[in-house]
Design a protein around this ligand. Structure first.
Ligand SMILES: Nc1ncnc2c1ncn2[C@@H]1O[C@H](COP(=O)(O)OP(=O)(O)OP(=O)(O)O)[C@@H](O)[C@H]1O
Ligand SMILES: [Mg+2]
Length: 384
């Protein structure tokens, strides 16, 4: 080996090491942000449960004056937006732990298109070229929705002067390729390498978090896929590659929201957050139930030992100081094997929750929940 070539190998190696070091630093940064943000989002969901819960209780009042209704609308819209945000953060913080089903990407894209049609400016044309013959992938429907929504929103933001947003699909080997392209100004060369970085944004302060593409990339990777920016066109075009689902996986479909129907019975609510206990009592009363609240697992066990026969169902928060919801579930079943338990959490449904459901828990209530959802979950759990 000549001296020059050994030097150049050394330089290459050094570059490679530097590259790997920066990738590692990036991964560590993401992990730290992830666990921090996950905690914040979880606490936030408790507060949102109180806000949305009380709003839905107020709505039940037939004598409510129009100006209060109007205020309620705004409160609910804002809280819903906040809850989408926390879902986004949680999706990022605990990526890939939710329930995976077979997801029809064409269905997801048409949901994204529907949402956009109602919210984007008239000067942006929306086009679909859904050409994949097999559009089914395995994954979490809400996360996949999030991926395409984030990409589409970026495209919208890039076309403030108007243009065309195109959602396309094609099959490529064992994958489906989704293309989200726009006719905006494109992404300037110097920042192309940075767009997936957490908190990287070119938007005005308060306009963008810079987390959109970070979340997109982490979800896509957790689904075994990849994302690339195609900079050949004048605008921006993102290619998302997702592996196809094998057949026979369960097909996803959100249950339609049922109207609140009155129930009957006594519910024991176990939650360490006072606002959640307060609003739960109000919502349960509106739904026709009586409620008893306790703040931790030990208090729940004590209560159940003494007066378990009066309780028809127990709503258990999964994350509490002391005994966890999962442990409480086990111990309650020791006292009374026929106890009915519904789990609730500010975190997204994950494998641990699936395991508890498989072990006999009667349902899962994702916080923040509203009256209709609470009533429906209890009704189903009591009938089961
Ligand atoms: N379609 C696009 N056209 C032009 N620039 C884009 C496009 N998509 C992303 N970018 C650039 O990449 C940056 C990072 O995007 P990302 O979605 O991560 O954050 P953001 O859109 O700025 O903030 P947020 O997603 O929270 O609204 C953007 O600020 C923008 O500069
Ligand atoms: Mg964005």
């Amino acid at each position: 080996m000549t001296r020059e070539s050994s030097q150049s190998t050394e330089t290459q190696l050094r570059r490679r090491v530097e590259d790997l070091e920066s990738q590692l630093a990036q991964a560590q940064k993401l992990l730290a942000i992830g666990s921090l943000a996950g905690g914040v989002a979880h606490d936030f969901n408790n507060l949102l449960t109180a806000i949305l819960g009380y709003a839905s209780v107020l709505r039940e009042d037939p004598a409510i004056p129009p100006h209060v209704l109007e205020a309620l609308d705004v409160i609910e819209k804002a809280a819903e937006r906040a809850s989408q945000l926390t879902a986004q953060i949680l999706g990022f913080a605990r990526r890939g732990t939710g329930r995976r089903t077979r997801v029809d990407v064409h269905h997801t894209l048409s949901e994204v298109a529907d949402l956009l049609r109602h919210t984007i400016d008239k000067n942006i044309r929306l086009e679909s070229k859904l050409e994949a013959a097999t559009p089914r992938v395995m994954g979490e429907a809400s996360q996949i929705f999030q991926v395409f929504l984030n990409l589409a929103l970026n495209a919208r933001d890039a076309m403030s002067e108007g243009g065309t947003l195109t959602l396309g699909t094609e099959n490529a080997g064992g994958s489906v390729r989704v293309l989200v392209s726009d006719t905006g100004p494109g992404i300037p060369e110097p920042i192309r390498g940075r767009i997936f970085e957490p908190f990287f944004t070119t938007k005005d302060p308060g306009k963008g978090t810079g987390m959109g593409l970070t979340v997109v990339q982490s979800i896509v990777r957790a689904h075994g896929g990849s994302i690339e920016l195609d900079d050949s066109g004048p605008g921006a075009c993102f290619h998302v590659l997702l592996p196809l689902a094998r057949d026979r996986a369960p097909l996803s479909g959100e249950p339609a929201a049922a109207a609140a129907q009155k129930g009957r019975g006594c519910v024991l609510v176990v939650d360490d957050e006072e606002v959640v206990r307060q609003v739960a009592v109000r919502m349960l009363a509106s739904a026709g139930y009586t409620a008893v609240c306790v703040r931790d697992a030990q208090a729940a066990l004590d209560y159940y030992q003494e007066r378990g026969c009066e309780i028809d169902i127990v709503i258990v928060d999964l994350v509490m100081p002391g005994l966890s919801g999962g442990q409480l579930f086990e111990q309650l079943r020791e006292i009374d094997p026929s106890v009915r338990i519904v789990l609730t959490s500010g975190y997204n449904r994950d494998a641990a929750i699936d395991a508890l459901i498989a072990a006999g828990a009667k349902g899962f209530l994702q916080k923040p929940y509203r009256l209709a959802k609470l009533a429906e979950t209890l009704r189903t759990a009591l009938e089961a």
